[in-house]
Structure formats: C-alpha cells, structure tokens
Design a protein around this ligand. Structure first.
Ligand SMILES: [Fe+2]
Ligand SMILES: [Fe+2]
Length: 210
C-alpha cells in the first residue's frame, strides 16, 4: 500500500518533471526530428514561438490534470489507459519544449500557476466522480484539438517542424478524448464548453507572450 507520503513525493517529482526545463524524457522521437529547420523572419519566429509556447503550457495543464485525477479518481477499469495517455502527454511536453528552444524561445513563466490550477481541477473532479473526471479530460482534449487545428492553420507555412509536432499531437489528443468518453466520461453540455473556452483564452492570450 502506498502511503500518503509516498504519494506526495511522487506528485512532487511529477510536478518537477513537468516544470523544470529538460527534466522529462519522451518515449517516442519527436516528429520534427527528420525535418529540416526552415528560414523564419523575426515576425514568423515570434509567431511560431508564441504558438508553441501555448501548446507547451497546454501540455503542462494536461500533465497536472491527469496527475490530479490519478490521486482522487477510482478509474477501476481505465487506469492503465489513462496512464498511457499521460505518458503520451509527456512526449508532447518534451516535443513542444524542444521546439521552443530550437526556435530560440522558452516555456512560459506562468507554467507553475497553470500546473497548480489544473491539478486542483483534476483532483477536485476526481473526488466528485469518475464520470466528471473523465468528462473533464474529454472536454480538455477537445479544447486542445481546437487550438491545435487553429495553430496548424496559422503557423508560418515553411515551419514544417512545428507543424509535424502539432499533427501528431492532434492524432493523440483526439484518441484521448474518445477514450475518456468511451470510459464513461460525461459529455459536457455546450454552455460548460463555452465557459471552458473562455478559461482557455486566458491561458492562450497570456502564454503567447510570456
Ligand atoms: Fe497532449
Ligand atoms: Fe491528450
């Protein structure tokens, strides 16, 4: 039986892995690796970096949401699947981080704040019910898919490296969303999704810059 202290240490370790640069390791190579770096002017570089910073913070939130959920939700039948999804989020996190550094930029300074908030949401939803908790995962993945689509469309066209990362992420996130719904996640009604869109706007507008 894992004690409370063990759990707390594991959680702390996971938060550090997410928030400390270069601390996490991906299990799959980045889809950007085989592609060559494009020539980007100052504005394009700024735009690609801004979008990749948003996506990186999105992955920080995903880590925290899954971590929070894992501490409180029962997830009797789908714990393994959720852990696998969380592992794929680590790949995304590492790929986005690597891309940000390659673009000469860095992750958002607001990440610890978003990690904390998402952890609380994940743990809180898990305390209430698995249905709600899985619903939150599905709704979050849905929001991420919307952002990814938008970002793929507005990235500088020659930035194939960033686009390759986002394309694979979109495939994985759509799968995570379907899995959470299949596992019995509550499909949030439109008004709740609209609130989530507003909340995610706070994240995207701030982290595009800092
Ligand atoms: Fe992800
Ligand atoms: Fe995901």
């Amino acid at each position: 039986m894992i004690s409370f202290l063990d759990k707390a240490v594991l959680q702390f370790d996971r938060a550090l892995q997410t928030l400390v640069p270069h601390a996490a390791t991906a299990s799959r190579p980045s889809p950007a690796d085989p592609l060559s770096e494009a020539e980007l002017d100052q504005d394009e570089l700024k735009h690609s970096s801004g979008l990749m910073r948003i996506n990186h913070t999105g992955e920080v939130c995903a880590q925290a949401l899954y971590a929070g959920q894992a501490t409180t939700a029962k997830l009797a039948e789908v714990r393994q699947e959720m852990e696998h999804a969380a592992d794929e989020e680590i790949d995304h996190l590492v790929w986005c981080e690597q891309r940000l550094y390659d673009l000469g930029s860095k992750p958002s300074i607001l990440n610890p704040l978003f990690y904390g908030a998402s952890f609380v949401i994940g743990a809180g939803a898990g305390l209430i019910s698995d249905k709600l908790s899985l619903g939150f995962v599905a709704a979050t993945e849905d929001q991420v898919c919307v952002h990814l689509k938008k970002h793929m469309a507005t990235l500088p066209s020659q930035d194939e490296k960033s686009r390759a990362v986002l394309t694979q992420m979109h495939i994985d996130e759509a799968k995570h969303k379907a899995m959470a719904l299949d596992a019995g996640g509550y499909a949030f009604p439109k008004p709740i999704m609209a609130i989530m869109t507003q909340v995610s706007k706070v994240m995207t507008t701030t982290t595009y810059r800092v």
